[in-house]
Unconditional design. Structure first.
Length: 98
């Protein structure tokens, strides 16, 4: 089990607010296969819209953003660049958002 999968198990209750998880948390391999077929620009558009909904910011809120590159996700022969993970933390509610 990878670190990201471990984190997903820890955050399972939070994730259930946004996802149906009838079989529990997906394995890292399943997540990687899904991310491999997602169009990056469309994903970016959806991600930005989702963040704007989830993070209802107020005047003076500070959002810290952290980006990480997932090792082993580059596939040069298929022309795929590495997958990047972004997390954002909002000072007003002390909750990490993904």
């Amino acid at each position: 089990m990878g670190r990201d999968e471990d984190m997903a198990h820890i955050m399972e209750d939070w994730l259930k607010q946004y996802l149906e998880l009838p079989n529990g948390i997906l394995s890292w391999f399943t997540i990687a296969r899904v991310l491999d077929v997602i169009a990056p620009k469309q994903f970016e558009k959806c991600f930005v819209e989702w963040i704007q909904e989830v993070m209802q910011l107020e005047e003076g809120d500070v959002v810290a953003v952290d980006c990480k590159t997932m090792r082993g996700t580059t596939n040069k022969s298929a022309g795929k660049k590495a997958i990047h993970i972004v997390s954002a933390w909002c000072s007003s509610d002390k909750t990490e958002k993904y």
